[in-house]
Ligand binder design. Structure first.
Ligand SMILES: [Zn+2]
Length: 334
């Protein structure tokens, strides 16, 4: 049966055996209206169905499009905007038709029409060896999640460093502070009539005031050292270093028993939140980053990285001429 004018015949892929609406192997000719129209009366080829932002979202399962987040933050990654001419071999990156040049975003795969450059600085777009491809897919997700964990480590660093420095400064000026504190307690007693010595706050301050300086220096040094570890983790995670993932995992795992013990003593929302966050970080690093050889380890990680971000990923998401929909030359309605 010949397709009607304005409908699309998608060339079937002989390797594919699926029968979905978007697949060319299904007889999508004529009777059916075009699925996922591009606005020009032409259906998308099957390869474009999984591109970022084109999937239909499920109501209760929102999906983060990491590529679109990247383009929202940094703009589209376009190549050849300053080139005077476009060659056939550049079809992955840029195409020219009817006085318009279509640039492909190397991150989110959007094709964007722009006017030709008025004063191009290069004759052709750069070759593959000159282009650094942006991260996509899982690799991009991992970057963003690692940076979120790095920000969490930065918060730890700031709080712990403040505590460590505060305790050391307190130890240095302990004698002076003890005198000031006792004077404050005396004035409080003379004005109010009593000092709530059993009160948790005053009890802790009194204990700290009379603690040995050596003990305070030890506490201050321990907090400072722990802050430094968190700072190193933050830098390493931000730069996506494998050693930082291991360091973070080990540090969080070692502190987990202490957090559970603290939670057993007193339950607070803050402690519950910290425990849940740390368990989530552990699980994510172990599962998604395949630490300690889990799920194939770093070897599988590298393969997935290459698959998601290399030129092969771009080629798989490119409508090449042999796979483009064809517009029928003859109408069945005369
Ligand atoms: Zn983009």
């Amino acid at each position: 049966m010949e397709p009607a004018l304005g409908t699309v015949a998608i060339r079937p892929d002989p390797r594919c055996s699926c029968e979905t609406d978007l697949c060319g192997n299904r007889d999508a000719s004529v009777a059916d209206p075009p699925q996922r129209s591009s606005g020009l009366g032409v259906s998308e080829p099957p390869q474009l169905a999984g591109l970022p932002g084109t999937e239909r979202t499920r109501r209760f399962r929102p999906k983060l499009r990491w590529e679109l987040i990247g383009c929202g933050l940094h703009g589209h990654e376009l190549i050849g905007t300053d080139a005077a001419e476009v060659r056939l071999e550049d079809h992955l990156l840029v195409r020219e038709t009817a006085g318009l040049r279509w640039y492909r975003c190397l991150r989110c795969d959007s094709w964007l029409p722009l006017a030709l450059p008025k004063s191009p600085s290069n004759r052709f777009p750069p070759g593959r060896d000159e282009i650094e491809l942006p991260l996509r897919g899982r690799s991009l997700r991992n970057r963003y999640v690692l940076r979120l964990i790095a920000l969490d480590r930065v918060i730890h660093f700031i709080v712990l460093a403040a505590l460590g420095i505060g305790i050391i400064l307190f130890a240095i000026h302990q004698k002076d502070l003890r005198g000031d504190y006792l004077r404050f307690l005396n004035s409080l007693q003379s004005s109010v009539g009593f000092v709530p010595s059993h009160n948790g706050f005053f009890r802790e301050i009194t204990r700290l005031i009379y603690d040995s300086p050596t003990k305070l220096y030890l506490y201050g040094s321990a907090f400072s050292a722990y802050a430094a570890i968190n700072g190193v983790e933050a830098v390493g995670l931000w730069r996506e270093k494998r050693w930082a993932e291991y360091l973070t995992f080990i540090e969080v795992t070692l502190l987990l028993p202490l957090e559970i013990y603290e939670l057993a003593v007193t339950v607070t929302y803050l402690k519950i939140g910290a425990l849940v966050l740390n368990v989530a970080v552990m699980a994510y690093l172990l599962w998604a980053h395949r630490l300690f050889g889990f799920r194939g380890g770093s070897a599988v990680d590298r393969v997935e990285h290459e698959r998601d971000t290399g030129w092969g990923a771009l080629e798989r998401a490119t409508p090449v001429p042999s796979q483009l929909p064809t517009v029928p030359l003859r109408s069945s309605v005369q």
